[in-house]
Design a protein around this ligand. Structure first.
Ligand code: SF4
Ligand code: SF4
Length: 320
C-alpha cells in the first residue's frame, strides 16, 4: 500500500546508551527521538512487543497520521512500503566514549561523564536479531556514537556482521585507531567508512579535534584506502568561525584524492545550524556550492550531504 512513511519508521532501530529508539534524526521541526524502550541497558529485547508497537504506528500512517516527532523530516516519503517484521536500518550508537575531542561533539558538554559513561555489550543483542531472523541481510548497519573502534566488542561484532554477509556496514570512526576488522570489511566491499577530518592542515585539525593526531589519521586512511573495494568518505563538518576557509576546504578535497580515497561527505555544525537556519550567510552557500558542485573536478566520485547540509539545500530549493 502507498502511504507516507520513512525507512526508519518502517524497519529502523537505534540503540543508544540508555534507550532504544527508531532513529537518530533530530534537526527537523518535530525533533525526532521516538522511543521504543526507555531505560535500556542491553537487556534481551522483547521483539514481539516492538513489532506490535510498529504495527500500531503503521496503521496510523496508513490513515495519514504522521507522528508529531516526524513533522518536517526530510526522510518522509510517499511510496509503497513492506510491512513485514524485520529490521534493515540499524544504528549502533550505545557508546559515548571517544579518543578524540571535537569541539562540536555533543560529548563536549561533559567529556569526563561521556568518556566514563557505562556502556553495555551489544554483541548478544545483534546476535539475537540474527538468530531470530529479524535482521535483514539487506540491512545498513551504522556505527555512530563515540568512537566505535575502542569498543571492547567492536572487532568481534564487525566480523559477526561480515560472516552474516550483511549488505552494508557504515562506520563513523575518527581513524585514530587502526582496525583490522574495518580493513577486512573494506577488502570485502561490505564497509563504508566515514571519517570526519574537518580540515586539511594540522593547525585547523587540532583546533577542531583537540588531539595531535592529524598525521596518524591520514596515515590510517591511506592504509584503509589500499583495501580498494570498500567505500571510504572523508567528511568535513563546516564550523563557522573555525574551519570555514575555502582554501582549507579545497585542500581537504585534494588530500582526500591524494590519499587514494574517492568519496567525501559534507555537513554543517549542528548547534550553529539550528541557531542560524533562517539567516544563513552567503559565504556558507559559496562553500556549500563549491563542495557540492566541484568535487568531480578533484577526481572524486561522490559527495554525500549529511543532515544539516541536506536541510540547507532543501531550505534554499524551497525558497525559490
Ligand atoms: S520521519 Fe524522520 S524523525 Fe521520523 S522516524 Fe523517520 S527519520 Fe526519524
Ligand atoms: S570523533 Fe565523533 S564521537 Fe569523537 S569527539 Fe569527535 S564527534 Fe565526538
Amino acid at each position: 500500500m502507498k502511504y507516507t512513511s520513512c525507512i526508519h519508521l518502517e524497519h529502523g532501530i537505534t540503540f543508544f546508551s540508555n534507550s532504544v529508539q527508531i532513529c537518530c534524526i533530530s534537526s527537523h521541526p518535530g525533533g525526532g527521538n521516538i522511543m521504543q524502550i526507555a531505560n535500556y541497558h542491553g537487556e534481551p529485547v522483547n521483539w514481539a512487543e516492538i513489532f506490535e508497537k510498529r504495527k500500531l504506528m503503521r496503521d496510523g500512517l496508513k490513515k495519514s497520521i504522521i507522528p508529531q516527532k516526524c513533522t518536517g523530516c526530510y526522510y518522509l516519503k510517499d511510496q509503497e512500503w513492506n510491512s513485514d517484521n524485520y529490521f534493515d536500518e540499524v544504528l549502533i550508537g550505545h557508546f559515548t566514549h571517544c579518543n578524540c575531542n571535537c569541539i562540536y561533539c555533543y560529548t563536549e558538554k561533559d567529556k569526563k561523564f561521556f568518556n566514563n559513561n557505562k556502556t553495555y555489550n551489544i554483541y548478544p543483542v545483534i546476535k539475537d536479531m540474527i538468530d531470530k531472523g529479524i535482521l535483514s541481510k539487506k540491512s545498513t548497519i551504522t556505527f555512530g556514537g563515540g568512537e566505535p573502534t575502542i569498543l571492547s566488542e567492536f572487532e568481534e561484532l564487525v566480523y559477526l556482521l561480515l560472516d552474516y554477509d550483511v549488505y552494508n556496514i557504515r562506520i563513523h570512526s575518527d581513524a585514530i585507531k587502526f582496525s583490522p576488522a574495518i580493513e577486512k570489511g573494506l577488502q570485502l566491499g561490505k564497509i563504508t567508512l566515514i571519517t570526519s577530518v574537518d580540515s586539511s592542515s594540522e593547525k585547523i585539525y587540532e583546533k577542531v579535534k583537540n588531539v595531535p593526531c592529524f598525521n596518524k589519521v591520514w596515515e590510517n586512511l591511506k592504509h584503509y584506502a589500499e583495501a580498494k573495494n570498500g567505500l571510504i568518505r572523508t567528511k568535513y563538518v563546516l564550523i563557522p568561525g573555525v574551519n570555514d576557509n575555502l582554501r582549507e576546504v579545497k585542500n581537504w578535497m585534494q588530500m582526500t584524492y591524494d590519499s587514494g580515497i574517492r568519496n567525501i561527505a559534507f555537513d554543517i555544525e549542528d548547534n550553529w545550524f539550528k541557531e542560524n537556519r533562517k539567516k544563513i550567510p552567503k559565504y556558507i552557500y559559496v562553500i556549500f556550492d563549491f563542495v557540492n558542485n566541484c568535487f568531480k573536478q578533484y577526481g572524486l566520485d561522490s559527495c554525500e550531504l549529511y543532515e544539516r547540509a541536506s536541510n540547507l539545500k532543501i531550505d534554499r530549493d524551497n525558497s525559490f
